[in-house]
Design a protein around this ligand. Structure first.
Ligand code: BTN
Length: 255
């Protein structure tokens, strides 16, 4: 199948005041929208997070957007699409002199608090991957009071005291996204980006705890494989691979 490319001279950005979820909007409209379409919303009424959680937001305080990547026409699951948006966000924040880090699988952190999350969803026709939808929720100007009750959440403002222009931040992130479009179209292997991702990862070679419904796993985080899965070395020196859909990772103070 001939792969369509994201044409940088003809980007499509749809701006909405309110929607249930920007990911759901792209999923519903994927057949009529062109590759690379981005939808931004001021507010989501049913924002979705990873692991079936809700992503809450106050209108006008965050960046909430999703990008449609199609048609991929591959047969195998590609699990590491979140590498590109994580890198795009961290590169964009550095233009405001803000140093952010990535926490596996795809949380963007500043000074130990999560300021952005990425939700990657895929759309299959039979056994072929038709489209991937990359959703980003980024807390920009929320105050500490506005984030109360969200355990490890922060915003750019709470973590840096900077009031960043959301539109400019979006433009920077979107530009970086487009520069990474060959990876998103699977024309370049994600392996090339893994070193950059690892350079932004604060818990590489550190003790971590992986939490899921079945219990906790303790070990040393040894990086990610080419599918974006975590490599964890347990106390018996064995290396184990973990897929990201189920787990939340915490830095662990002891082994
Ligand atoms: C996470 O749980 O860390 C991922 C959160 C992703 C939230 C974004 S907001 C824009 C897009 N639309 C959604 O419904 N979710 C993603």
């Amino acid at each position: 199948m001939e792969k369509e490319t994201i044409n940088p001279s003809q980007p499509t950005v749809i701006r909405l005041l309110e929607i249930d979820s920007t990911n759901e909007f792209l999923k519903r409209n994927q057949n009529s929208l062109k590759n690379g379409t981005v939808v931004l919303a001021e507010h989501q009424t049913k924002g979705k997070g990873r692991r079936g959680l809700v992503w809450t937001s106050i209108p006008g305080k965050s960046l909430l957007f999703s990008m449609l990547i199609k048609p991929l026409g591959v047969m195998e699951p590609v699990t590491n699409f979140s590498i590109c948006p994580a890198i795009a966000i961290i590169r964009a924040l550095s233009k405001f002199d803000i140093k952010a880090a990535v926490k596996w699988p795809n949380d963007i952190m500043i000074n130990g608090r999560k300021i952005a999350g990425i939700l990657v969803e895929s759309s299959w026709a039979s056994e072929t991957l038709n489209a991937v939808i990359i959703g980003v929720g980024l807390n920009v100007t929320q105050t500490p009071t506005e984030l109360e009750g969200l355990s490890d959440a922060g915003s750019i403002y709470t973590q840096t005291e900077k009031i960043i222009d959301r539109e400019q931040l979006f433009e920077f992130i979107y530009k970086e996204f487009r520069q990474l479009s060959d990876y998103l179209q699977l024309k370049e292997p994600f392996t090339d980006l893994i070193q950059e991702w690892l350079s932004f990862c604060e818990h590489l070679n550190s003790p971590v705890q992986l939490l899921d419904n079945a219990g906790n796993i303790y070990g040393i985080f040894k990086g990610i494989n080419q599918n974006g899965e975590a490599i964890i070395e347990t106390a018996d020196q064995q290396r184990h691979i973990f897929k990201h859909s189920r787990y939340k990772m915490r830095k662990n103070k002891c082994c």
